[in-house]
Design a protein around this ligand. Structure first.
Ligand SMILES: *Cc1c(COP(=O)(O)O)cnc(C)c1O
Length: 444
């Protein structure tokens, strides 16, 4: 049976086409017009693509009613994005006070928020409790103690999950593996009992609801989820029996991959859904537990495909007997991934280049690091200064990892849909860049 395609399996936003002017069009907007109107570099988010992947997830898991899809905000956290995902019925996985506050200021029900992280600060835990964050995924012994103390001081009981390290390795980049045994995240399986004991005997203000794991990111093999589910359900069943508890929440994290280039073959969300639900139902029988609530935390696969980045091409350089570089007006400060972990991207010239000859080039960023290369060896039409380059699949971990390196302001972000474009993050100005600087009196 042909498996249903899901939106994360496309390189480009689903509304991408070439319009009658021969220019690239996304969300009904001429991309060259967007570059002119809002300047470059520019992040563009296609609302239809974003809503489409949310629908994919919801449809893929509709056979397991007790599923909650918690968007991993760290992939891209802005108020407008939060609004869209909230309207699609998603919850939010957050990892900092900043993300908590963003969701809160967007007017979203904080009960739908889950707080993750391996070193949450006292201030962040405090904020989470004050703003009514629904769940906290406790990562370590220090956090349990801190959280109980803070909860006690506020006369509150906190619903927690225990983040565990299931000891599963996935074939992805070492920096984005998280579930292997030697990981900085979560309790080792051998530490679970001590944690549960402490919660039951000493930490009166903590209520354990279930277990949580997250294996890694940019995962292409769906067959690792069943292994993870087996470990989680087995542990839940064991804990429930040994401690007479009723843990009924299982959080399997995120990690489903996307298609940055033709080499990537991410799984269909429908396929993943089928495998996950089948395995979960099987384990519910096998380990005799009540059907738990299933939490998923997709980040990249929700937001990546809907985003592109537009750049203006500037100088170029033909190395004698070497390669040709074309430089763009952004780079590692707006997209750290190529220099951080050799991530690959696909790009296209957005303005009409009918009949132009093609050539192989390397796309260089404008930042002062030799490693600031966005794309190595890509075939493009022969470009000239002023052409607009559109890099695809930049929705996830681009803006969220952006820096002000070289004292360059962060780019603006626009949302496109039905031929309309709206700013959702404004461009940082020169004034913004100096606004946090302080000159002590003695230097004045
Ligand atoms: C990063 C992270 C996610 C999201 O991962 P993606 O690969 O973006 O889907 C989910 N859960 C946890 C705990 C994470 O750290």
């Amino acid at each position: 049976m042909a498996q249903l395609q899901s939106t994360n399996q496309f390189i480009k936003p689903i509304t991408t086409k070439i319009n009658e002017r021969g220019n690239l069009e996304i969300g009904g907007c001429d991309v060259v017009d967007l570059a002119e109107k809002y300047s470059t570099p520019l992040y563009v988010i296609d609302e239809k693509t974003l809503r489409s992947i949310c629908q994919d997830y919801k449809n893929a898991f509709k056979d397991y009613e007790k599923t909650s899809i918690m968007y991993a905000s760290k992939a891209l956290c802005t108020s407008a994005i939060a609004k869209i995902l909230d309207s699609e019925g998603l919850g939010f996985d957050v990892v900092s006070g900043g993300e908590i506050y963003t969701i809160y200021k967007s007017g979203i029900d904080m009960g739908k928020v889950l707080f993750n992280g391996n070193n949450k600060s006292v201030e962040e835990l405090d904020l989470a409790l004050d703003l009514g964050v629904g769940r906290i995924s406790a990562d370590n012994f220090l956090e349990l103690a801190l959280l109980d103390e803070i909860a006690k001081s506020k006369n509150k009981t906190v619903d927690i999950l225990l983040r565990i390290t299931p000891g599963i390795e996935c074939h992805t980049h070492q920096y984005i593996q998280t579930g292997h045994l030697d990981s900085k995240f979560g309790f080792d399986l051998t530490q679970i009992d001590e944690a549960v004991d402490l919660i039951l005997t000493q930490y009166d203000n903590l209520k354990i609801c279930g277990l949580h794991a997250h294996i890694g990111s940019q995962i292409f093999e769906t067959n690792i989820f069943p292994d993870e589910i087996e470990i989680l359900v087995k542990e839940i069943s064991r804990i429930n029996k040994e401690y007479s508890l009723e843990l009924d929440e299982i959080n399997i994290g995120g990690g489903i991959g996307v298609k940055y280039t033709d080499e990537d073959e991410p799984p269909s969300v429908y396929d993943a859904g089928k495998i996950i639900i089948e395995k979960l139902k099987h384990c519910i029988e096998k380990y005799k537990i009540n059907p738990p609530r299933l939490f998923l935390e997709p980040g990249r696969s929700i937001i990546s495909t809907s985003g592109v980045t537009l750049y203006t091409i500037g100088s170029s350089k033909q190395v004698p007997k070497g390669r040709k570089y074309i430089s763009v007006d952004g780079g590692m400060a707006d997209n750290a991934r190529p220099s951080l972990y050799q991530a690959k991207y696909y790009a296209q010239i957005a303005n009409s280049k009918k009949d132009a000859e093609t050539e192989e080039v390397t796309v260089a960023g404008r930042f002062c690091e030799s490693g600031d290369i966005l794309i190595e060896n890509i075939v493009l039409p022969k470009t000239e200064e002023g052409d607009i380059l559109c890099v695809f699949n930049t929705g996830a971990y681009n803006y969220s990892m952006a820096s002000n390196y070289n004292r360059v302001g962060k780019c603006a972000m626009v949302l496109v849909n039905n031929s309309q474009s709206d700013i959702i993050v404004s461009r940082q100005t020169l004034e913004d860049l100096v606004s946090h600087d302080v000159i002590p009196d003695r230097l004045k």
